[in-house]
Write a protein that binds this ligand. Sequence first.
Ligand code: PLP
Length: 345
Amino acid sequence: MFHPDPMGTGTLHIDLTALVDNWRALDRQSATDTGAVVKADGYGLGAGRVSKALAEAGVRTFFVATAEEATALRASLGPDPVIYVFSGHMDGETQTLSDLGAVPLLNSPEQVARHQSQLPDHPFGLQLDTGMNRLGIEASDWSPAMSQDATLVMSHLACADEPDHPANAAQLKAFLDMTAGILAPRSLAATGGILLGPEYHFDMTRPGVGLYGGLPFAGAKPVVGLDLPVIQTRTVDPGEAVGYAQSYVADSKRVIATVSGGYADGLIRAMSSTATLYAGETPCPLVGRVSMDLITVDVTHLDDVPTHLSILGPQQSVDQLADAAGTIGYEILTSLGHRYTRSYA
Ligand SMILES: *Cc1c(COP(=O)(O)O)cnc(C)c1O
């Protein structure tokens, strides 16, 4: 029998228990229903496994970005959970939405008209623009009567990760104004909005990143670990250069480990010369350029070079790694590559 040899690729550890704990912790922050956002393949961690674990913990409402994403989700969740689609009812997606029983969040008068004419008896929600100017029906196109048969009326906050940002209160006021008196359930808060407090919670919250261990949910349990195998070590003499463009030049005798994992695996090039890997508790700097499949790490100070170095785990969260690369935890998570061996616990 053929056994693929996993030793040459990194192992992505995904802690579904921690994920469920994070959902419960966010659920406890509000008195209202708590859904789960599993777009982008469950923020890169596998929408099937993630949503199944959440459904077993009691989540009844899921959100994805596109109808296409709802396909995989329905297959793993079965017929009962509600699946909302943020991009709404796009031309050509009528059959998919209908087959999957997925509920579009209609974003414009055009989408409302399309839905009414093509799927008149199929449930729908509405997304309102309250100031982010990305998705949603504008105040000038909106009348509360449009919400008559909607199962959810939602909007999205642009600055919820900054609690003191004046846009939060402004968007809250706009949402209250647009939805005053309507009977449909309302939703405004993603992870950041949940943490802003009860006036942002309405009838349903929609956490995403906090479930996966990311900021702005500072109390999140870490969900992801990533261990990368050391393929080779070598001693580099003073004046010798390492990797593409020879951007790292040893100023003294160094021991350099070549580690499996590169920008094709989501270790973005902006991590070059700046990220840190860990041998247990001991930090080891990434030196030189990140290449497609490999990175190089200074391990001179280690007594023993381990078989693997960790780049995500107890020593380093997705947000700490993101900081080193000048990005956000969301991008680190959703860039995690497809070559890793995925280990769910
Ligand atoms: C992505 C997204 C969410 C989840 O946001 P997080 O910040 O990851 O919690 C909720 N609502 C909408 C409309 C989104 O696009």
